[in-house]
Every structure is written in structure tokens, then in C-alpha cells.
Design a protein around this ligand. Structure first.
Ligand code: GLY
Ligand code: MN
Length: 462
């Protein structure tokens, strides 16, 4: 945990948002693998952890937004628990570690909430994303779980997003710690991806590095020579010289902060001329985007800037025709870049997405596009100093997409389908870094991880 005062300050900042009533934060419970005592690795609810710090199951936090008083609800361990788990802190000790002076048995939470409801007080809670949480909220609030899902508090969500999206120094340090391990994982993957090796053998090498730190993945790794499948979680292919491998892998630090890094490299350690040309286009897309990041800039516009760079360069190679602006505004460019430029990252790899993607990534100044491709952009709004985001442009050759669009003649004035057909089989290229918005621009977090063609070829020779 961070120092207790950090959690006190965060709760005081939330109280300053001016809400009235009770603010309820349910921590997560254990998720069984196949029976109750055999559990998946525990992952705490990020908003509970942000305000209350504790990383154990079965806790809840309640903040009185009017008085500022905060209470931790949980269960004191009894001797039967300790027989199985070893010594555990008392509930009061847990509370003290997050600068809370009050704690109460979890069994009293429903009564406290019922009394508040009877007194006409509002109870604010965040959107639940786990079935257990929906059921528990239903029990605590006397409502059906289906009603609970839609009854979350938009004002509380907006207040939490405004705090969590501006990262403090202690959070940046955690993200850079995660990136140090992630960098070692990516370098090891480059160096162990040799002809004849199975993809999951490389994934195992990366996970071994991470598990030596007792850390876990921030999301299931995407490691595949079929990088054109955007969320490809299969690792069954045998690598062959000349394959381009896309590796999108990140881990979660001790305090629960994620990294999300993608590198693409050739098995055998030498890019072909075609691979190098396209790789350098993706690199230019990423560099242009990073250079445009500053407070006030809308990420939607930076996405379009990155797409424009791609269209201009790929037009020189014969993939697109017509005016760049038309290719971008029509959405035709998405045949090669069908996802968003990036998302916020923090305690969650897609930070706060569980609170509602549009409430986190969009706002009064910008709405989500209905266009295929751009519609997948998770962050469109104006940036603020202290945000951390991923910048992850890509170029992909997706046989099903090219065939479907060509069959219907979609955007035929802008797309040279014959050229796309020639490149089917190349797979996908994505380059992703985690970038802090500063007062004047941006800073790529972490030590550099080999990224240029020369850097990647050099590290693969070692
Ligand atoms: N790292 C996977 C994603 O951003 O969707
Ligand atoms: Mn990402």
C-alpha cells in the first residue's frame, strides 16, 4: 500500500466534488476457479483500491459525502480463519493502514444503508461489472440486480473519473516499475522468437520473468504471427523465419498499476523490404501522435492525425488514392487501421472502462463516432496534464475485411483493393507505448524498449 495519507487525501478530494449522501464502494470478492476454496488470483476493484488501498476480498468502504466521515466494512478474522491462512490483521488495523479511524462488521452494512434510505439520503455507487457485485448491491439496496446495474450514479462516476484520470507521482512510479519488467519481457520475447519455436513457448518465457516478481499479466497476452487478429489470444503457431510477430503484453505492478506495450518484430531478426516500409509507416504514425499530445488536444483529432500519416505514406505505396482528408473522414482508412489510437491506462489496462467507456473517454466536447474503426476509439476527449494513455497505431492486412469491403465495393474511390490483396498474409504491425501528458507536451514512460528497425534488429542479433 501507499502511505495512509494518500488514501485520506484521495477521499478528501472526492468529498470536495460536492456530492450529497453516501458514497458506497464495494471491494471485490474472490472468484472461484471451479469451487469456492479454489480461487483465481484475486483482483481488487480499482476504485475501492484507489480510495481505500486494501487488496483483500470481502471489504466495502462508505463515505458520507456531507460529513466527510469514512467507514471500512469487513470481517475480523477468527481463530478458524487463522488456522487456514496464518495470522491476519484485524479490521481496525486494516482500516488504520488507509488512514480510516472507523470500521464496522460487514454484516452491519445493509442496516446502515437501509437507515440511510429510510432517512431519504441518496446512495451513490459505481457501475458494477461483476455478477457477484450486482447481486450484493441488490441485497444491500433492496433492489433486483437488473435494476442495480442501471442505477449507478453518473455524478459519482464523473467525480471518480476526474480524480483517477490524473495520476500522482506515486502512481507514475508504479507504472514505470511495471514498464521496467515489461521491457525485459519484450526483449526476451524478441530474442527467443526463433524458427521452429512455438508461440506459447515464448509467452511462457515472458510470464516467467513477470512471475519472478510475483506479478501477473494486466490482460491476456496477444502474441502471434497472426497479428491481424486484433485480440488474438491463441499461441499455437510455429514461428518461421520471415514471420512478423506482434507482441502486445503488459503486467500489473505490486500496487496494481498496469503497463500495455506492443512491439512487432521479424522471426530471424531481419525485416524484409516490404515489412520495413510498412513498419516505418506505423512508427511515423506513432511519432506524429506522440508529438501532438499536449493538454487541450482532443485524442479524437490525434487519432485522425495518425490515420492521415498512414494514408499519405500508404498512398505512396499504392494502397490508397484520392485526397488524404477524404480517405480519413470517409472512414476508408480503417481497412488498414480498424481500431482506436489508444485509451487511458492506470490501475486498469483500459483505465476505468468498467465505469462506462463513454463517461470516461468522451464528454461534452466530443461524441463517439459511428464510423467503423473510429467507433472503437475508447478515448476521444481533450487531454489533461497528468493523464496516462496508450499510443498504439497499427497497420493490418485482414483477409475477411478486405474481401467483404471489396465485394460490396465500399470506398472503391479511395482503396486500391488489388494492392491490399497482394499483402494479405503479412499479418499486422502495431507499436504501443504508454505516454504521460505533461504541462507542455508528453513523456513516454519507462526506459526505452527497442522500437526502431535498427534497434530491433540489433537486439535480436544479441
Ligand atoms: N492491450 C490490448 C488492448 O489495448 O486492447
Ligand atoms: Mn492498449
Amino acid at each position: 500500500m501507499f502511505a495512509p495519507d494518500i488514501y485520506l487525501q484521495r477521499r478528501q478530494n472526492l468529498q470536495a466534488a460536492g456530492l450529497s449522501g453516501l458514497l458506497l464502494f464495494l471491494g471485490n470478492v474472490d472468484s472461484p476457479m471451479n469451487y469456492a476454496d479454489n480461487t483465481l488470483p484475486f483482483v481488487q476493484d480499482s476504485s475501492f483500491r484507489y480510495f481505500f488501498g486494501l487488496n483483500e476480498p470481502g471489504l466495502a468502504g462508505l463515505i458520507d459525502a456531507d460529513s466527510g466521515e469514512a467507514v471500512l466494512f469487513g470481517t475480523d478474522p477468527d481463530v478458524a480463519d487463522v488456522v487456514w491462512t496464518g495470522p491476519l490483521p484485524s479490521l481496525a488495523e486494516r482500516a488504520a493502514s488507509a488512514a480510516l479511524t472507523r470500521s464496522q462488521p460487514y454484516a452491519q452494512l445493509a442496516t446502515v444503508l437501509a437507515e440511510a434510505r429510510a432517512a431519504g439520503r441518496a446512495i451513490h455507487y459505481l457501475a458494477p461489472y461483476r455478477g457477484e457485485t450486482k447481486i450484493e448491491l441488490g441485497r444491500l439496496l433492496g433492489a433486483h440486480p437488473a435494476e442495480v446495474k442501471d442505477g449507478f450514479s453518473v455524478p459519482l462516476t464523473q467525480a471518480v473519473v476526474a480524480l483517477r484520470e490524473i495520476k500522482g507521482e506515486e502512481e507514475i512510479a508504479q507504472m514505470e516499475a511495471a514498464l521496467a519488467v515489461t521491457g525485459a519481457m519484450h526483449v526476451a520475447a524478441m530474442q527467443s522468437s526463433k524458427a521452429g519455436v512455438l508461440e506459447h513457448q515464448v509467452v511462457g518465457i515472458m510470464e516467467g520473468i513477470m512471475r519472478r516478481h510475483d506479478w501477473h499479466l494486466a490482460y491476456p497476452s496477444i502474441f502471434s504471427k497472426h497479428g491481424e487478429v486484433l485480440h488474438n489470444h491463441h499461441h499455437d503457431n510455429v514461428l518461421q523465419n520471415g514471420d512478423l510477430v506482434l507482441n502486445d503484453t503488459g503486467c500489473t505492478s505490486g500496487e496494481g498499476y498496469a503497463s500495455d506495450i506492443t512491439r512487432t518484430f521479424p522471426v530471424g531478426g531481419r525485416f524484409t523490404v516490404q515489412q520495413r516500409e510498412l513498419y516505418n509507416i506505423v512508427l511515423e504514425m506513432q511519432e506524429a501522435a506522440i508529438a501532438a499530445i499536449r493538454p487541450g488536444a482532443r485524442y479524437l483529432d490525434i487519432h485522425k492525425l495518425s490515420a492521415s500519416v498512414m494514408v499519405e505514406r500508404m498512398a505512396e505505396l499504392g494502397f490508397f488514392k484520392g485526397k488524404t482528408e477524404d480517405v480519413v473522414e470517409s472512414g476508408a482508412y480503417a481497412i488498414a487501421f480498424p481500431h482506436g489510437l489508444g485509451h487511458q491506462i492506470g490501475m486498469d489496462v483500459h483505465d476505468m472502462e468498467g465505469l462506462g467507456e463513454d463517461l470516461v473517454g468522451y464528454g461534452d466536447d466530443v461524441a463517439r463516432s459511428p464510423l467503423f474503426g473510429l467507433g472503437y476509439l475508447r478515448l476521444g476527449k481533450a487531454l489533461k496534464a497528468g493523464m496516462v494513455l496508450t499510443v498504439e497505431p497499427g497497420v493490418y492486412f485482414i483477409p475477411a475485411l478486405v474481401a467483404a469491403w471489396e465485394a460490396e465495393g465500399r470506398h472503391r474511390d479511395y482503396i486500391n483493393y488489388e494492392r491490399f490483396r497482394e499483402y494479405l498474409g503479412m499479418g499486422g504491425i502495431r507499436i504501443e507505448d504508454n505516454v504521460l501528458v505533461t504541462e507542455t507536451g508528453s513523456r513516454v514512460l519507462g526506459e526505452p524498449i527497442p522500437k526502431t528497425v535498427d534497434e530491433i534488429e540489433a537486439i535480436m542479433r544479441m
